[in-house]
Design a protein around this ligand. Sequence first.
Ligand SMILES: [Zn+2]
Length: 439
Amino acid sequence: MAQSADLLIRSGRLICPGTGRDLSGDLLISGGRIAAIGDGLPRADGAQVIDAVGKVVCPGLVDLHVHLREPGAEKKETIESGTRAAVHGGFTTVCAMPNTTPAPDSARNVGEIRAQISQSAWCRVGVVGAATRANDRETLTDFAALRDAGCAAISDDAFMLRTLAQRREALRRCAELGLVFIAHAEDEALSAGGVMHDGALSRELGVPGQHPETEVRALEQWREAWDGPGLPPLHVAHLSTAAGVELLRDWREGPTAETAPHYLALTHEAIREHGADAKMNPPLRTEADRQALLAAVRDGIVGIVATDHAPHTPEEKAAGLAHAPFGIVGLETALSVTLMALCEEAGMSLPEVLVTLTSAPAARLNLPQGRLDVGAPADLLVFDPDGRWQVDAEQFSSCGRNTPFDGMDLPGTVSTIIAGGSIVYSDGSFAPLRPSGLN
Ligand SMILES: [Zn+2]
């Protein structure tokens, strides 16, 4: 795509979550950046106009936790389909977790993955480097080399570090290098074999359960692993339990944390109806856990919402609750499910909720996105918070159909996505060409 033409977004509700600015007006985009914000901005010659009456204009959503599956599992998802799904759901930046084959565990592999991203992604993609070599969980990677190759963070997601010594060393290196470690908090000695929350329902269904203690024990180990000054360079992925929330409340000067929309909206009871399409790791838990997470987001103990988008093929998910792989797709329902849970149910304001999906995740990894300021990258989401739609997984841009939200009536309809100053998606259609120069 050639240098983007000027764009004028007219008469929208402009929300800058980071600063709390919330006003009606126009927004002008020029040269890929936000050029002006104000009332009655003049239309430059040749500028395209987007009418945003009745709509919210905010930074494009930022997701710190997606599984794009490429390289290695392209039958589940590709960088192309996964980032299309991201745009379809309102995201302009996603961070790809490192459980791919090969893994982003060396400068060379990171370079190859980034080259593939620049060829096929529809939005910005941050590469999260693998904590261990080939995800073997034994040998820590060269974090400095991964940072220099452009990794946005380091993570042990899906291949958890096993020992306190590894965790200590990983945090020490990240602190030294200015990196964030994204931790999958699960103590496998406790979770082994558990396919859903350990409780009355897992016993009724006759499948092995996973106790909340698995999350808490892992968090205790991470707390023990940090003895440096200041805040730990640690971000806790997909927090799922009330006990985990309590531990983070007690951990003064502790890590940041994210939870996923499904933990805010559903409990393990969803497994009755959706079976393996409600199976993920960590699992959906009890109503008390869900309420604790809603309160934790309201209080800021959990400041970030991330999807843990994890596509699988229908054949894989057809293996049933006990044998199907963990994970659900989330990119195309995240905005709506989060609005339902945090705005409609928990009573947070729209700007407060948007913080968890834009400025907070961007700031955590020092990304310039997530702001609605003059000079900031023109990565924008235009949506109707009062619009309603019914989820139809067959209409997803993701290759995955594994969602427990299929058929649900949800608030929030995406109108237009702008990335790097170009319209990427508008009113149901993608641009004929991917935006270039984003990655
Ligand atoms: Zn994980």
